[in-house]
Design a protein around this ligand. Structure first.
Ligand code: ASP
Ligand code: MG
Length: 412
């Protein structure tokens, strides 16, 4: 058993909503926690709300108001995690494991005051440390924290991954394990590309790009934190044993010249906004971003194309759920002195991720020829050192993803 508590390392285990959805699954989580504990670690558990609780709570609010206050929504949604933290503690105690549950606030998680998309500003782990020293498992509610006004805040959908990694960083944990309903990170979404396979490992840079460009397995901000604070991350199944996928800091000396296509990601949940006939003068992009920043709309891609000598068209790819309405579109057009705007919901983002792929021209050539063979019309293309992204019609997404996977991943 866990004898030498004082010198034991801390290990953070995060259970996603599907992994604590029923009492049986809670007991399964208890067994997993027990295993790790028997290895001699002190355990901090981070939990999500059970099953689809968060969606159900949101739906209740929507039945009462089309635009509920974000402060009240945070009070409401945080109740989901509060339920699971208490139930998991009860289950741990029932199994003879001393446990205590903490809300985000009790766990010392301080955030800014952007209700429903708060950022963690600091963590004071002193209460967690003292409970660990008493040999208890500490169960912390994910997805929530407290702002300066002592109001509860939430971190944005999927945010409990971010809570887990932030706690691992603050506690100087040996690692952070994300236990979920899939057994790791795949070379593509298996529901879209059935031949996708699990990756043994990938770099945090690659994972970050995958999360940004549509991989739904981890909250992007959690990967960013893991990279910044060097937290070793593992994504694994909560019910099946297996090694999962390790997400590691990028290698200091990458294998010489070797470029590997790691994965294909798809993101149908985007839309395209075009600002047409915008005067070609300095400061236009700055103004667009200022408007989007004030409205808290994140931008995936921005592309400028020269329409005529003195005018440009500006195209933005934005998440479908970002707060964007006609008034905001018109505001953007007005502020840059453009002519009109266009909105296209039927687009999707298809991306190829791998370290160094953009410096290997053969890969881009391959991508475009595969898409040409599939008769997929590419709308916008963007490249960085780690990603080549294409905007394609949503109706072609599945076919195009499968073709790229076959040509670039299955051949490795
Ligand atoms: N329960 C929250 C959600 O459904 C947070 C999470 O699961 O990570 O978004
Ligand atoms: Mg989640």
């Amino acid at each position: 058993m866990n004898t030498d508590v004082a010198t034991a390392t801390i290990w953070v285990m995060k259970f996603g909503g599907t992994s604590v959805a029923t009492p049986d699954l809670m007991r399964n989580a208890v067994a997993r926690i027990q295993e790790r504990r028997n290895e001699g670690h002190r355990i901090v558990v981070v939990v999500s709300a059970m099953g689809d609780t968060t969606d159900r709570l949101l739906e209740l609010a929507r039945q009462l108001s089309a635009k509920p206050s974000r402060r009240e929504l945070d009070v409401l949604l945080s109740a989901g995690e509060q339920q699971s933290m208490a139930l998991l503690s009860i289950a741990l105690e029932e199994a003879g494991i001393a446990a205590i549950s903490f809300t985000g606030r009790q766990g010392g998680i301080r955030t800014d005051d952007r209700y429903s998309q708060a950022r963690i500003v600091s963590i004071d782990p002193s209460r967690i440390h003292s409970e660990l020293e008493r040999n208890r498992v500490v169960v912390v509610a994910g997805f929530q924290g407290e702002n300066e006004q002592q109001d509860v805040t939430t971190l944005g959908r999927g945010g409990s991954d971010t809570s887990a990694v932030a706690l691992a960083a603050a506690l100087d944990a040996k690692g952070c394990e994300i236990l979920t309903d899939v057994d790791g990170v795949y070379t593509a979404d298996p529901r879209v590309v059935p031949r996708a396979r699990r990756l043994e490992r990938l770099s945090s840079d690659e994972m970050l790009e995958m999360a940004t460009f549509g991989a739904r397995v981890l909250h992007g901000r959690s990967v960013e934190l893991a990279r910044r604070y060097n937290v070793p991350l593992v994504v694994a199944s909560s019910t099946r044993s297996g090694p999962g996928t390790r997400i590691e800091p990028p290698k200091e000396e990458p294998e010489m010249e070797q470029v590997v296509v790691r994965a294909i990601t798809d993101d149908p949940a985007v839309r395209k906004v075009s600002l047409l006939h915008v005067p070609d003068t300095p400061g236009v992009a700055a103004k667009v971003f200022q408007v989007l920043g004030e409205a808290q709309v994140p931008v995936r891609l921005i592309v400028q194309a020269q329409g005529s000598k003195k005018h440009n068209d500006i195209t933005l790819i934005l998440p479908s759920d970002a707060p964007l309405d006609e008034a905001l579109l018109q505001k953007m057009v007005d502020i840059v002195g453009g002519e009109s705007w266009l909105l296209d919901e039927n687009v999707a983002l298809l991306s190829v991720v791998g370290e160094g792929i953009a410096r290997e021209p053969g890969i881009a050539a391959k991508i475009f020829s595969v898409l040409a063979e599939e008769k997929v019309n590419i709308d916008v293309i963007s490249t960085s050192n780690l990603v080549i992204s294409c905007v394609v019609p949503e109706s072609c997404l599945v076919r195009a993803a499968a073709a790229l996977h076959a040509a670039l991943v299955e051949t490795e």
